[in-house]
Design a protein around this ligand. Structure first.
Ligand SMILES: Cc1cc2nc3c(=O)[nH]c(=O)nc-3n(C[C@H](O)[C@H](O)[C@H](O)COP(=O)(O)O)c2cc1C
Length: 165
């Protein structure tokens, strides 16, 4: 019996996540991609992974640049998540359309203003995995800010509720 892909998506959508934008410098332009297939992997060395669709432009950019940023979105950054989930030709209108503004690290990696956390990542290992690729990266630096996270659950954006006592 073949697993129903719709049911698989529903099952995985039950696993609530935060939302990130993966940023990469590509020929001096800022490229971003919304991603929630992001997790920590190892503490020593400090490794994280992100799974990227082989058809995404980000896929080629990560291979080429070997370095990227992970920006953990704050609750008020839903327009930024939506913007970077669309298959645009260019991302030159990110500020006008979604309010996304960036700095650069000393490595040139774009850092999103207002994100809850930023991780500066250097590619460590690439693993083919079906129609996606697992990019495992060493974390070289982090920045953490206070605030509330943007969440994603069963195909919808959500805000965090009160703590469970
Ligand atoms: C909440 C959310 C999470 C997503 N997570 C991922 C992900 O982890 N990996 C992925 O390849 N695409 C993910 N996507 C889809 C990409 O953001 C989308 O395909 C994007 O257009 C790819 O951009 P690119 O072709 O410019 O790289 C996600 C979309 C949304 C809305």
């Amino acid at each position: 019996m073949r697993l129903d892909p719709v049911e698989f998506r529903k099952a995985m959508g039950s696993f609530a996540t935060g939302v990130t934008v993966i940023t990469v410098d590509f020929e001096n332009e800022i490229h971003g991609m919304t991603a929630n297939a992001f997790t920590s992997v190892s503490l020593d060395p400090v490794l994280v992974l992100v799974c990227v669709d082989r058809r995404a432009r980000t896929h080629a950019h990560l291979h080429a640049r070997q370095r990227f940023g992970v920006n953990v979105l704050a609750a008020n950054q839903r327009p930024i998540s939506e913007y970077y989930a669309r298959p645009f030709q260019t991302h030159t209108h990110a500020e006008e359309e979604a309010g996304a503004r960036f700095d650069r690290t000393t490595h040139g990696t774009p850092v999103l203003h207002g994100a809850l956390a930023y991780l500066e990542c250097r590619l460590h290992t690439v693993q083919d995995a079906g129609d996606h690729t697992i990019f495992i990266a060493e974390v070289e630096d982090v920045v953490v800010r206070s605030g509330e996270p943007l969440l994603y659950f069963r195909g919808k954006y959500q805000a965090i509720g009160p703590p469970i006592e």
